[in-house]
Structures are given as structure tokens and as C-alpha cells.
Design a protein around this ligand. Structure first.
Ligand code: LLP
Length: 419
């Protein structure tokens, strides 16, 4: 459930009519709902009520906006980060360092040092090589890094190939077949306290079965590691729960996920860490856009909107389906190709889509854009970076300025020898 609803025929974010935001901030603009973010944080926590000891660490990559992190931090979430940039955002939003988990396959030495300096709660080590390097760096500094070892369970998550992370040929984690040996080697090193294992098999998962299969493999591994004399106190189960992008699409609810987790992990006797991203932020945001022009087509017309693949990359990158609707529908329908202004055919949000009838100058939204939306924006075609707004009841604030193309150009230099 979200707080983007029609009131008197006009879509509102909570109590704010979207045309007001478009007038004051311009378009395209991402609009987030505080009440929706808080609701999703609460629902996810309640779903895990039967898991006694846990940390829910929001996957910052899904929406790193400072104001969003502030809302989620205040709602009791920690942060899952994959770069020092994300770590700094989580800290700036007031999230306690102990509640920050550092994942990612390519942590640099400088990032390890910054994270040790900040005193973050956990490193999820992705390879033996990384573990050895982290142990050396921590030991040199007289520190002990709290760590888990990320396992690649070789489970097909059944999602898009580009967001699948738990198959044997993916770059993530260590092969489960070698996990015991690598764990043993790293556990001996001063500088790291290897206290558990981690897994994340992919994103936008529409089925709990692959997750359950991965968790079951992890449970068996925990038993084997304990059998070999290791002390296992933490298991990180990652994120991945999908959200509905289409009207009427039904996905596993957080409560079903929570029940499965509680059942599979009930005898593990560990603290569980969760790293949800999309399920928290996805439906808490829309991308508000204005129709530039409707162009006649051979078959269907092209509705050219002022948002493009640089603002919302998922359709171009993964062929993802974005739900599209008018902010003030007039009642009629049209079948159209919804496209952005960028000079690539890939800048297409939908082909042959039946949607609200729209004319030039009217407003529309792409729904479910709160996760992996603004965070994946670029300035391609020198379009600048899209603005972001947070709504709270009947007030709203710009929480990320639009970065105009001119400001990006200002950061560029023409060397003297070209002048
Ligand atoms: N933990 C780890 C280690 C991850 O790699 C990810 C996502 C998450 C947690 C959060 O997963 P979530 O709960 O959001 O599914 N840009 C793609 C999604 C990439 C996800 C990468 N990792 C998209 O737009 O679909």
C-alpha cells in the first residue's frame, strides 16, 4: 500500500497535489512519500516479529537520498552500503556506525580504512583475497574487523539475469563448495573476527522458493562450520524481495517472507541481518513527468515525456515495466508508445501501451520509482540530474536539487594547449 492516490480526480502524494510540485519544482522530478517509507519499514519489521535477534539494514543503493535515509534511520533501520560514498550518507543521516554493514565485491584499501575509522558494524567479505587484505589492514591499525563471509550458494533466483547474484558464475561471494576451507583460512587471521556468513541471491524476486533453497544451504553450512569448531553468531540473509510493478501483480508479501525465514532459521541461534531495498522504497516514490508533445506514428502515437532513460534507467537496462498514468485523467484512453527525448531507441518506457489519454503539457507519473530510480540517473545527452522531493502530509520539500547541465559543464576544463 502507498500514499499516492487520486483526490478530486488529481493524483496526490499524501495530501499534496502533484501539479503543485510540478509547478514549484519543475519536471521531471522524483516524489517520495514519507508515510509510505515509514509504513514499509514497519511492515517489514512486523513481518520478522518471530525473529528474536535481528538488524534490518536498508540497502542504500536502492535510494541513497539523505532525507530518505533520515526517515528510515529514525524508523529503526540500519544501512547496507557498498561504497564509502554510501557509508558517508548513512552516517550523515544519523545511522549509528554499528548498524552499518559493508557489502560489495570491490572494496578498496582506502574504503576499508575509512570504514574501520568509522567503526562500522560488519564487513561482508566477498573473497579470500579481500579477507586477507582486510585482515592485514585492520591488524596494522590494531583493530579487529567484525566480518561475515559471503557465500555464493549457486541458486537461480529466477529473476532478470542482470540482477541475479547467486549463481555459480556470478562475481559475488565464495563458492559454497569452497566455503569451509576459505572460512577456515580467514578465521585464523588476526585483524578479522569472522563470525558468520552472508548471502544475497538477487533482486526483484517473485518467488520465495529460491530464497528458501539458499537459506537452507546456508543453514547446513552453519552446522558444518560449527562442527569444524567455528563460532557462528551472525548470518546475513541479504535483500531481494520483489514488489509489484504492474496493476494486479501479486508477489510474496513481507509476512510470507518473514514466516519462511522464521521457519528455516528457528534453530540457528544467531543474529540475523536483513538488507531490504526495493521492498522498502519502491512503492514510496513516483517519477513525475510532463508530456512534451504527442507525435503521430505509423501505428500508435508517440507520447514524448520530459523524463528519459537518464532519469529512470530500469526500462532501458532491464526491459522493466513501468506503470504509467495521468496525474489528472480525463476519462479517455489511448494506445501509445511512451518515450523520452533522448537520442536512442532504447529511451522507450513502453510500446503499444494502453493508458490514460494524454496531450502535450499534461502531467503523468511512472509509479514504483522510489527504488533504483534517481540513484541510477545519469546526465546523458547533457540533461543534468533529476530533482527529488519528499512529501510529509500536506507539506513537501526539495530533498535533492536539480543539477543543471550547465553546472556539470562548469566542472569541465579545456586545457590551455587547446585554447
Ligand atoms: N544486499 C545486497 C548485497 C545487494 O547486492 C542488494 C541489491 C540488496 C541487498 C538489495 O536488494 P533489494 O532488496 O533491493 O532487491 N538496479 C537493479 C537492482 C540491483 C540490485 C543490486 N543489489 C534494478 O533496478 O532492478
Amino acid at each position: 500500500m502507498d500514499h499516492f492516490t487520486y483526490k478530486n480526480g488529481v493524483m496526490h502524494a499524501e495530501n499534496v497535489p502533484l501539479p503543485l510540485i510540478a509547478d514549484e519544482v519543475g519536471t521531471p522530478v522524483y516524489v517520495y512519500s514519507r508515510a509510505t517509507l515509514e509504513r514499509h519499514a514497519r511492515v517489514f519489521r512486523e513481518a520478522l516479529a518471530d525473529v528474536p535477534d535481528k538488524l534490518i539494514a536498508f540497502a542504500v543503493k536502492s535510494n541513497p537520498n539523505l532525507a530518505v535515509l533520515k526517515v528510515l534511520g529514525a524508523a529503526g533501520m540500519g544501512a547496507d552500503v557498498v561504497s564509502v560514498g554510501e557509508m558517508r550518507r548513512a552516517l550523515a543521516a544519523g545511522i549509528a556506525p554499528e548498524m552499518i554493514v559493508f557489502s560489495g565485491v570491490g572494496k578498496t584499501a582506502a574504503e576499508m580504512i575509512a570504514a574501520l575509522d568509522a567503526g562500522i558494524g560488519q564487513f561482508n567479505i566477498e573473497s579470500e583475497e579481500e579477507g586477507v587484505e582486510l585482515a592485514e589492514i585492520a591488524a596494522e591499525r590494531g583493530q579487529v574487523a567484525q566480518c561475515t563471509l559471503r557465500i555464493n550458494p549457486d541458486v537461480d533466483a529466477g529473476t532478470h539475469d542482470k540482477i541475479s547474484t547467486g549463481k555459480a558464475d556470478n562475481k559475488f561471494g565464495v563458492p559454497i563448495s569452497e566455503a569451509g576451507q576459505i572460512f577456515g583460512a580467514l578465521a585464523r587471521l588476526p585483524g578479522v573476527n569472522l563470525r558468520g556468513v552472508a548471502v544475497h541471491i538477487g533482486s526483484q524476486l517473485a518467488d520465495l522458493a529460491p530464497l528458501e533453497a539458499a537459506f537452507a544451504k546456508l543453514g547446513a553450512l552453519v552446522e558444518a562450520l560449527r562442527g569444524a569448531g567455528h563460532t557462528i553468531t551472525h548470518v546475513d540473509l541479504g535483500g531481494g524481495l520483489g514488489v509489484p510493478y504492474r496493476v494486479g501483480e501479486v508477489l510474496p508479501a513481507p509476512a510470507e517472507y518473514g514466516a519462511m525465514v522464521a521457519r528455516v532459521t528457528k534453530d540457528w541461534g544467531v543474529k540475523l541481518i536483513f538488507e531490504p531495498g526495493r521492498v522498502i522504497a519502491g512503492n514510496a516514490g513516483v517519477l513525475l513527468t510532463r508530456v512534451v508533445r504527442v507525435k503521430r506514428g505509423i501505428k500508435d502515437p508517440f507520447v514524448i515525456v520530459d523524463a528519459a532513460m537518464n532519469d529512470l534507467a530500469r526500462p532501458a537496462l532491464y526491459g522493466a515495466y513501468p506503470h504509467f498514468e495521468a496525474v489528472a485523467p480525463k476519462g479517455g484512453q489511448m494506445t501509445a508508445n511512451i518515450v523520452g527525448p533522448i537520442c536512442e531507441t532504447g529511451d522507450t518506457f513502453a510500446m503499444g501501451r494502453t493508458c490514460d489519454a494524454l496531450e502535450a503539457g499534461e502531467l503523468a507519473v511512472f509509479r514504483t520509482a522510489g527504488a533504483y530510480g534517481a540513484t541510477m540517473a545519469s546526465s546523458y545527452n547533457s540533461r543534468g540530474f533529476v530533482a527529488e522531493v519528499l512529501v510529509d502530509g500536506d507539506r513537501f520539500a526539495v530533498v535533492a536539487d536539480r543539477i543543471e547541465a550547465g553546472a556539470i559543464m562548469d566542472a569541465e576544463r579545456v586545457p590551455e594547449w587547446l585554447a
